[in-house]
Design a protein around this ligand. Sequence first.
Ligand SMILES: Nc1ncnc2c1ncn2[C@@H]1O[C@H](COP(=O)(O)OP(=O)(O)OP(=O)(O)O)[C@@H](O)[C@H]1O
Ligand SMILES: [Mg+2]
Length: 223
Amino acid sequence: MLITFEGIDGSGKSTQIRLLKECLRAHGVEPLALREPGGVPLSERIRALLLEGKEEMGSVTELLLFAASRAELMRTLVKPALERGEVVLLDRFCDSTTAYQGYGRGVDLDVIRQVNRIASLGIEPDLTFYLDLLPEDALIRKFSEKSLPLAFGENEIPLDRMESAGLEFYRRAREGYKALAREHSHRVVEIDALRSINDVHKQIVATLRQRVPQLFSASSETR
Ligand SMILES: Nc1ncnc2c1ncn2[C@@H]1O[C@H](COP(=O)(O)OP(=O)(O)OP(=O)(O)O)[C@@H](O)[C@H]1O
Ligand SMILES: [Mg+2]
């Protein structure tokens, strides 16, 4: 089964994937945890183009590069793992594209849907944890993570290309995520990411226990 983690930068996706991976392992399930863009060498090279590049990039170019990275990851790792019946935890997936390139950059949402369908090889997540956080709060976390003072001149903020897109961009992306959570309420579980790391983790595990109890039944846990 495919479980995706979504939310703006700094909302806690990587933290929660790490915790869930440990938790599932303790129950005898070995999940495959991957990040987007990236996960395989070619996709990591596309990631570097997307995040490290300083040159201007058109929205459609950006959309297609993210899509190319995804197609490669799906073809080489995700699809085969799902076919083997494994649990795949994905740090970002198609909802990120809708939120960032659709709502954030303003690319037509029908175009986004088509590109997402192609890049995902038609595979949809079984469950999505959307970690909801205000961009302002996310920025504070990012800065403390990088041990930076909050006051910076506009041109010297050492953030990656996406992170430097600005607060308004992140507000639109968040609106996109909110819209997706409403539209796909059967699949998307929205979590208040301002709560503590442990609280968020507990809510994720509780949701999984309820929706996919078989994940926890083959327990090898000794506690
Ligand atoms: N619930 C939380 N409360 C407080 N701090 C948190 C919480 N979750 C994560 N953090 C901290 O916030 C920072 C960002 O978390 P994390 O890297 O997991 O976010 P992310 O969603 O993966 O970000 P990105 O999209 O940039 O990779 C880290 O320093 C992490 O320790
Ligand atoms: Mg992360």
